[in-house]
Ligand binder design. Sequence first.
Ligand code: UFG
Length: 330
Amino acid sequence: MTVLVLGGAGYIGSHTVYELIEKGEDVVIADSLQTGHIEAVHPKARFYKGDIRDIDFLDELFKKEKIDSVIHFAANSLVGESMTDPLKYYDNNLYGTMVLLKSMVKNGIDKIVFSSTAATYGEPENIPILESDRKEPTNTYGETKLAMEKMMKWVSKAHDLRFVSLRYFNACGAHKSGKIGEAHEPETHLIPLILQVPNGRREQINIFGDDYDTPDGTCIRDYIHVTDLAQAHILAVKYLQNGGESDIFNLGNGVGFSVKEVIDKARKVTGHPIPAVISPRRAGDPAQLVASSEKAKQILGWKPEHYDLEKIIASAWNWHKNHPFGFAKK
Ligand code: UFG
């Protein structure tokens, strides 16, 4: 059965494609390559360049390929950019998903697994965070992802379509082959930015605030390996194929690490001193985000395999040290 991966040339999308192909699945990728990389496209997947806002592109794709399920990663995901250019996020993320759902309904494609985010919660009311906790996003990115979830909910009530939404916490690490890894431009995430220091691309890492209400004053996050996220998508597709109801799941390790702890682990892994400088807080950063993923474990049978942060950073370093400029050859 063929799986369509939208955004399969992006970070989490490309890792999911690698895992699907390793499991012997037939995979079609569609990606606009706006933020994705052609080099990240698995050679055994059939690739189509196009935008999910283009209904003719989607309709043709669904007519040409016999798609059983869709995994939808095609979205913009920079929190900072979403605050300065909110309409870009409403357009690509929300409108894009609306066009996608229209085309799926029209073409009788009835299963979709979709990337959501911890940003749907905003400032958490409890740690660890449960799927049922309050959701008040503090940025446009999180707001559009929450709206996409709600859109799927209503569409699934009206039409023959079921969805699984996966709310990721902090995705990190890279594929064991060393062929694909994180390559955002601009980069805003902590681990790749830290690793730019030993790579000689930056002098220091800035710690955004050390006056939070946490043991060492820096923000705590739940870092989850991208391959574990990829496995969860595959389990979610199987769950829907086996008749599972539409549902929403957190994906994290359930263990929090502070910014200072992450930097310390990176020093150990790379053997580089990695100078760190305390800087002002970044707007909109909650002090702590840690997932309860019990629901995904129980219902999807998900078992994250990478829980040792040092090993996770080592897997990221294995990619970044060999690709200091990502897929670009500089
Ligand atoms: N940080 C620094 N210095 C940096 C970069 C980040 O101190 O140079 C800190 C941040 O302030 C934050 C932590 O490191 O406390 C992690 O920051 P990231 O940008 O790596 O990740 P976020 O937790 O901000 O973002 C993640 C996902 C988003 C999602 C968000 C939900 O990457 O997609 O969680 O809040 F929206």
